[in-house]
Design a protein around this ligand. Structure first.
Ligand code: NAD
Ligand code: DAU
Length: 348
C-alpha cells in the first residue's frame, strides 16, 4: 500500500500510529484525517507535521459527502481507522455522539472505500481498530479470545461492537478486504486526562482527590500505547485479510492496586513523603454498567505474527509518569477550557 488514510491521528493512540507509519515508511503517503474534537490535539504530532510523506486533513467522518469527495480526490489504497468517541463515561451521558462517530462515521468510511475500490480490491485494506469492551465483561476467570461472543454493556462498547459488525458485513456482502483488531486498555504519553491513568497523574500533581469508582476491585489489562501501534503495524502488513486479532498486555491489575502503584511512583518522582498521594484516594459512586474485568488472550497474534509487548508495566508506567511531568504545558493546555466543565459534571 502506498496511500494510507489514518483516521483519528491527532488522538492518543492515533498519534503514536501516525508517527510510527510516517517515520518507518517514507515511501508511503500518510493522510491523517481528524475532526479535532476535544480529544484531538495537533500538539501530539507536532514533531512530524513537516515530513514530506505526511498530510493533515481536518474533517468529520460523519460528513458522508466530504468523505466521498476525499476518497475520489486521493484514491487511498488503505484505511487505518481509529477515529472514535472513546470514553465510556461520556457515552453514558451522550450515547448519540457515539452512534454518530463510531457507527455512522465508520459506515461512511466503508461506503467510500467500497465505491473507490469496487473495480479492483487487490492490495486494498480497511483496517478497523476496535476494543476488547465489545466482548462485555469477564468474571473472576477466563480470557477474551477472538471468537468470544459480543456482549457489550456500555453505549461506547455497543457503538464499537456495531462498527465491528458493519466492517465484517461489508467483507461478507461486498468482499471489501478488511482486518479488525480488538485491544485492551492502553496507557502512555498523550492520553487525554479523562482516562484513569492520566487523570490520576494530573490529580496527584494538583493534590486533588483520586475518584476510585465503586470498591476499586474492577480489573483491566494494560498495554503500553507504542506496543499497540507496533501490533497494528504488524497485523496490517503481515496479518490475514478477514481476520480479527486480539491485542493485550498480559497485564491485569485491579484498579485500586494500580492506583496505589501510581501513587508510589508519583511520590518518588515528586519527592513527596511515601504514602502522601495514597491519602488522596476517595471511593466514589460507581460507573453505571461497570464491567468487572477485561483480559485478553493475545496468543493468536503472538503465535501467528510473533508480537508480544516490549515494555513491562513498571517501565511503561515510569515512562508515562515522566512524560506527563515533563510536559505539564501540554497537560495545562488540555485541561483549560471545556475540561473544567466536564470534570465538574462527572465528579461533583
Ligand atoms: P481518543 O479519544 O484519544 O482519540 C480519538 C480521535 O478521533 C481524536 O483525535 C478525535 O479528534 C478524533 N475524532 C473523534 N470523532 C471524530 C470524527 N467524527 N471525525 C474525525 N475524527 C474524529 O481515542 P483513543 O483512545 O486514541 O482511541 C483510538 C481508537 O482506539 C478508538 O477507535 C478506540 O475505540 C480504540 N481503542 C482505544 C483503547 C484505549 O485504551 N484508549 C483501547 C482499545 C481500542
Ligand atoms: O478496554 C479498552 C478500553 O479501555 C477502550 O476501548 C476505551 O476507549 C478506554 O477508554 C478504556 O476504557 P475503560 O473504561 O476501561 O477506561 P477508563 O480509563 O475510563 O477506566 C479504567 C478503569 O478505572 C475502569 O474500571 C473505571 C475506573 N475509573 C475510571 C475513571 C476515569 C475510576 O475508578 N475512576 C475514574 O475516575
Amino acid at each position: 500500500m502506498k496511500k494510507i488514510l489514518i483516521t483519528g491521528g491527532a488522538g492518543f493512540i492515533g498519534s503514536h500510529v501516525v508517527r510510527l507509519f510516517v517515520k518507518k515508511y517514507p515511501q508511503y503517503q500518510i493522510f491523517n484525517l481528524d475532526a479535532l474534537t476535544y480529544a484531538g490535539n495537533l500538539e501530539n504530532i507536532v514533531d512530524i507535521e513537516n515530513e514530506p510523506n505526511y498530510t493533515f486533513i481536518k474533517g468529520d467522518i460523519v460528513d458522508a459527502p466530504f468523505i466521498d469527495a476525499l476518497f475520489a480526490e486521493h484514491q487511498f489504497e488503505g484505511v487505518l481507522h481509529l477515529a472514535a468517541e472513546s470514553h465510556v463515561d461520556r457515552s453514558i451521558t451522550d450515547p448519540l455522539a457515539f452512534v454518530r462517530t463510531n457507527v455512522i462515521g465508520t459506515v461512511n468510511l466503508l461506503n467510500a472505500a467500497k465505491e473507490c475500490w469496487k473495480d479492483d480490491f487487490t492490495d486494498k485494506l480497511f483496517y478497523h481498530v476496535s476494543t476488547d469492551e465489545v466482548y462485555g465483561t469477564l468474571g473472576e476467570t477466563g480470557l477474551f479470545i477472538e471468537t468470544t461472543s459480543y456482549d457489550p454493556n456500555s453505549p461506547y462498547s455497543a457503538s464499537k461492537a456495531s462498527s465491528d459488525h458493519f466492517v465484517r458485513a461489508y467483507g461478507e456482502t461486498y468482499h471489501l478486504p478488511y482486518m479488525i483488531s480488538n485491544c485492551s486498555n492502553n496507557y502512555g504519553p498523550n492520553q487525554f486526562p479523562e482516562k484513569l491513568i492520566p487523570l490520576f497523574i494530573y490529580n496527584i500533581v494538583q493534590e486533588k482527590s483520586l475518584p476510585v469508582y465503586g470498591d476499586g476491585k474492577y480489573t483491566r489489562d494494560w498495554l503500553y500505547v507504542l506496543d499497540h501501534a507496533i501490533a497494528i503495524d504488524l497485523a496490517l502488513h503481515k496479518g490475514k485479510v478477514g481476520e480479527t486479532y486480539n491485542i493485550g498486555g498480559f497485564n491485569e491489575w485491579q484498579n485500586i492496586e494500580l492506583v496505589k502503584l501510581l501513587c508510589k511512583i508519583m511520590d518518588e518522582k515528586l519527592g513527596r513523603v511515601p504514602g502522601t498521594s495514597e491519602q488522596l484516594i476517595s471511593y466514589v459512586k460507581d460507573r453505571p454498567g461497570h464491567d468487572l474485568r477485561y483480559a485478553i488472550d493475545a496468543s493468536k497474534i503472538n503465535k501467528e505474527l510473533g508480537w508480544k509487548p516490549s515494555v513491562t508495566f513498571e517501565q511503561g508506567l515510569e515512562r508515562t509518569v515522566s512524560w506527563y511531568l515533563e510536559n505539564q504545558t501540554w497537560l495545562n493546555n488540555i485541561t483549560s477550557g471545556d475540561y473544567a466543565t466536564y470534570y465538574e459534571k462527572q465528579y461533583n
